[in-house]
Design a protein around this ligand. Sequence first.
Ligand code: PAF
Length: 289
Amino acid sequence: MNTSNRVLVIRSIDKVTEFLTGIRRTGATIGFVPTMGALHEGHLSIIRQAREETDFVAVSIFVNPVQFNNKKDLEKYPRNLDLDLALLTLTRCDLVFIPDEQEMYPDNKHLKEQLDFDGLDQVLEGKYRPGHFFGVVAVLRKLFSIIQPTHAYFGQKDYQQFLVVKRLIQAEAFSIQLVMHPIIRETDGLAMSSRNALLTPEMRQKAPMIYQILQILRDKAGNTEVKEMKMWVRKCFIGLPRIKLEYVAIVDAETLKPIRNWSDSKRPMVCIAAYFGKVRLIDNVFLFS
Ligand code: PAF
């Protein structure tokens, strides 16, 4: 739908609301891709899917302070707005909404409401990054209400986030079709992430080991005991200087509950979080697929 050369940038809620009301009146479908900027091919691939499936594509860029449990992590989160805008123009994104903190959180009222996610937000990332999903839900609830998209796109890399967003959409009866985009990887297998830019050259070289491990687990799944697989992963990380496994979890992909035996889940998946130097990386694969 974008006929001009440059992506349309809107920073205020009033203006974006007014603009999108006009778009909605035409009966157009709106595909929404929320981001925190520092865009890479993983984001662009999601945007291209939205471009193919919907009439109007809106992206948001907002480094949401509320979802960072670690102040340093927030400070060093990569930011590159000029490059982001150039990339959004290239992918023919129609609109980018770039609110600031004052625009998004003028009072902290909306932050007080907490939804019950049945424990889904307390495990894995939720356990190691307390408050993370509270912040994700707070910002997405607001962004969904402002953009009112027909479709919202999320990457599989943050699979737990995808499940939490699914619950949010159900709980708040948002009329949004949720779409998951597969993980986009570098040629050496490293899952694309804005955080990869923060890796030292040495750690960047080591980081693909996560996906190498995940692939071996995918091959072993069903034939090797669940417990044994997890022990093997822990061993892979022992003695590696400045590399630390935070968790390896083999869980049911619907509930994220850990499984003990392969018969416990029809759709198991393995999730890993690890530090490479100071950079925390996550990745996952579905097993039996
Ligand atoms: O996945 C992300 O980049 C963020 O968690 C999101 C969905 C943009 C919310 O801030």
